[in-house]
Write a protein that binds this ligand. Structure first.
Ligand SMILES: *[C@@H]1O[C@H](CO)[C@@H](O)[C@H](O)[C@H]1NC(C)=O
Ligand SMILES: *[C@@H]1O[C@H](CO)[C@@H](O)[C@H](O)[C@H]1NC(C)=O
Ligand SMILES: *[C@@H]1O[C@H](CO)[C@@H](O)[C@H](O)[C@H]1NC(C)=O
Ligand SMILES: *[C@@H]1O[C@H](CO)[C@@H](O)[C@H](O)[C@H]1NC(C)=O
Ligand SMILES: [Ca+2]
Ligand SMILES: [Ca+2]
Ligand SMILES: [Ca+2]
Length: 670
């Protein structure tokens, strides 16, 4: 019966091997011969096992079945070795239950007898069958609802409302649905616990110009474990995601702002939770209260509805993309979006154009609204005058305390720092003058032609000298030298004059009339190019306005490349000496008229002399100047007794403090 039944179901297998039958030892039931041997094998089809029942066993008995033996293999693994005599009951109880192959596996037998038989043994006889595997017994197979066994296989099926998913094991729910308008949405299974293994996707839509509003009502119960969502409810629009939600607390009402909403509900295998009840409705489309960043809307409203038109204005310091416009009109569309939308960008003041010598402290500063820049002079020999810190204002201009940075307004300036020198020298009074060191008197200039004389640099373009040094040569280009202490130094800085301006009140000395004298012995010299300032060549400061004695009762320093003694007309090196002012008029016997535009100074065995004319007399004495006490040009070497270095060592100097206005005006005009 079994044989036939199985054969009908598994016809192709049947033709090759019968699925049930007998197997026995050679010569059975009479008995087997010595040295006989037999091998047998059968395999089960898929979804089946093969089992063997030995009903008769009579072999020579021996220790460990060494002599004659029947061996049983399941899937090529030895599972039993038999010999001796066993009753059918014994076999059925202890041997047969284990003689079984795996599903789709094989059983094999080997029988062997040795060379002798002490008595005749009948051998063995067994019945084999193929049986279906009952997979539904095997809990690992995981049919999520029902399991059905059949011969050669099994199948799963689901409770009503579910369908079997593609894996043929899991029962899921078909809850993909599209809905329009308003209504109530509940998960599959409602009322009562919702279905397991659900992947629901509900698409809700309303008509153009409307937006969906979602409210939860009644029980809300979505599975949660240890604070983590096991099952999830998620609501999605084009631009936003709400949730995932779970637990027992319903989300508040959701203004989706969207015409289409997707409600996603995912559940796992287990749990008995009640789900939710979602009321969906709609209202007129609302647009957001912000059209673009950094702008304000007018009119101001708490809610903007479809078809509302408003004016968008960029906030202070912001304008529309690439324009100076600040406002635009926008309308709330049926999509819930504003159109058109433009962006407000901060005003950009740009990198300012700066005058020569000036630069920004930061290399690539941010130049948009409210950002700061600060100015500085490129060289340490210059100082910034004017505003230093500027902020980009709302109109796109750099502003500092109300002042705009522009070429029309007064730009800040980089002016040379005056009256500084290398202060590494000791001060002291030296008879007849002392040789200067490089950088000690950096404002000292030397002119060699048409006559030897001195001058003082007072800016990076202008020098002061005595009128009589350049008189008669105003139209020529003269050469001044600076930045050296050796008159023949080849590395000296040579400066060409562009203009020579003698004081209009200058009188030449003449023998015809006693009225003429050295009054106003002062001249301004403009160089043709900016003097390259360095530690060795820098300007001296002009004196402050002062009405008292020029030297204020203090000691000053005169310097020059002029004569160092009576017989020598000039010095190769820059010399300096310390002098004091003499207030008696005249301070030595002279026929020339002394005016208030000159003062007398002299030293103890030191004096200015021929070749020093035009050179500087500065206060304080060289060596003690400082940033709070810079060197100031008090006098210009002008004239003295016929024999210089006579025993009084005195001479007259142009009183520079009387010419401050003339210097300022002349420099401004030229
Ligand atoms: C699920 O339902 C939709 C519409 O009701 C249908 O088109 C789809 O074929 C169903 N899917 C399955 C797997 O039954
Ligand atoms: C949702 O609830 C709010 C107040 O909670 C109510 O004003 C609104 O009408 C409700 N909407 C729907 C579609 O039920
Ligand atoms: C610019 O400077 C002002 C005042 O110095 C300061 O308050 C402001 O924060 C600065 N702005 C920026 C962008 O650093
Ligand atoms: C400019 O700003 C710098 C740094 O922000 C500050 O140290 C300096 O004092 C400011 N200058 C002026 C003139 O305010
Ligand atoms: Ca034997
Ligand atoms: Ca089966
Ligand atoms: Ca669940």
């Amino acid at each position: 019966m079994i044989f036939l039944c199985v054969c009908v179901l598994l016809l192709p297998v049947c033709f090759t091997h019968p699925l049930a039958g007998w197997v026995s030892s050679p010569g059975h039931p009479e008995g087997y011969e010595p040295n006989s041997e037999m091998n047998w094998e059968r395999c089960a089809p898929a979804g089946h096992t093969l089992s063997l029942s030995i009903i008769h066993l009579d072999l020579e008995d021996s220790y460990q079945c060494e002599n004659d033996a029947l061996k049983v293999f399941a899937d090529n693994i030895l599972i039993n070795t038999l010999c001796g005599k066993k009753s059918a009951e014994q076999l059925q109880a202890s041997v047969n239950p284990s003689l079984r192959s795996s599903p789709g596996g094989c059983l094999s037998l080997t029988f062997q007898s040795d060379y002798s038989n002490t008595e005749q043994h009948t051998g063995f006889r067994a019945f084999y069958t193929v049986q279906d595997v009952d997979e539904c017994w095997d809990s690992d197979l995981q049919c999520s609802h029902f399991c059905h066994n059949y011969i050669g296989g099994y199948s799963c099926s689901c409770r009503p409302g579910y369908f079997l998913s593609e894996d043929q094991h899991t029962c899921t729910v078909n809850c993909t649905e599209e809905r329009f308008g308003e209504g109530i949405l509940t998960p599959p299974g409602s009322p009562g616990p919702y279905f397991e293994n659900a992947q629901c996707s509900y698409t809700l839509s309303v008509k153009d110009g409307m937006q969906l509003i979602l409210n939860f009502t009644g029980v809300f119960d979505v599975e949660i474990r240890d604070g983590q969502c096991v099952d999830t409810l998620t609501i999605k629009t084009d631009s936003a995601t709400f949730g995932p939600y779970c637990g027992q607390e319903a989300p508040g009402s959701i203004d989706t702002g969207a015409q289409h909403v997707e409600v996603l509900f995912r559940t796992d295998q287990g749990g008995t939770n009640q789900g939710f009840s979602l009321i969906y409705g709609y209202r007129k489309m609302v647009c957001p209260g912000i059209v673009t960043a950094d702008s304000v809307l007018s009119p101001q409203k708490s809610v903007y509805l479809m078809e509302d038109t408003i004016t968008v204005q960029c906030v202070t310091g912001y304008t529309l993309d690439n324009s100076i416009e600040k406002t635009f009109e926008s309308t709330c569309q049926s999509s819930g979006k504003w159109s058109p939308v433009k962006n407000c960008k901060p005003v950009d003041c740009g990198v300012p154009e700066l005058p020569d010598l000036m630069t920004l402290t930061e290399k690539n500063p941010l130049t948009t609204y409210k950002h700061n820049i600060s100015l500085k002079c490129e060289s340490e020999f210059y100082q910034l005058f004017g505003h230093e810190n500027y902020t980009c204002n709302a109109n796109g201009f750099w502003e500092s305390n109300g002042e705009i940075l522009s070429a029309e307004a007064d730009l800040p300036k980089c002016l040379p720092v005056c009256g500084m020198s290398k202060e590494v020298f000791s001060a002291g009074r030296v008879f007849g003058g002392k040789k200067a060191k490089l950088g000690q008197i950096p404002w000292q200039l030397l002119i060699k032609q048409p006559m030897r004389g001195g001058a003082s640099l007072i800016s990076d373009r202008w020098a002061l000298t005595a009128a009589h040094v350049v008189d008669g040569h105003e139209t020529r280009a003269l050469t001044f030298y600076g930045g050296m202490i050796d008159g023949l130094d080849k590395n000296a800085v040579a400066m060409q004059t562009e203009k020579i301006i003698i004081h209009p009140g200058y009188n030449k000395v003449s023998t015809d009339t006693e009225q003429l004298n050295y009054d106003n012995d002062i001249a301004l010299v403009k160089m043709s190019a900016r003097v390259p300032l360095s530690h060795n060549i820098r300007p001296v400061c002009l004196p402050e306005k002062n009405v008292g004695p020029a030297m204020e009762g203090k000691t000053g320093t005169v310097s020059g490349f002029g004569a160092v003694s009576e017989d020598r007309m000039k010095s190769k090196y820059l010399q300096y000496a310390h002098l004091e002012e003499y207030l008696e008029v005249p301070c030595f016997s002279t026929d020339l008229k002394v005016t208030d535009n000159m003062f007398c100074a002299g030293g103890d065995g030191a004096d200015a002399c021929k070749g020093d004319s035009g050179g500087p007399l500065v206060l304080p004495v060289v060596g003690i100047g400082s940033p709070v006490k810079p060197y100031r040009l008090k006098g210009i070497v002008s004239w003295g007794p016929a024999k210089c270095g006579d025993k009084e060592f005195k001479g007259y100097y142009t009183k520079v403090q009387n010419y401050l206005d003339w210097i300022r005006e002349t420099v401004e005009k030229n």
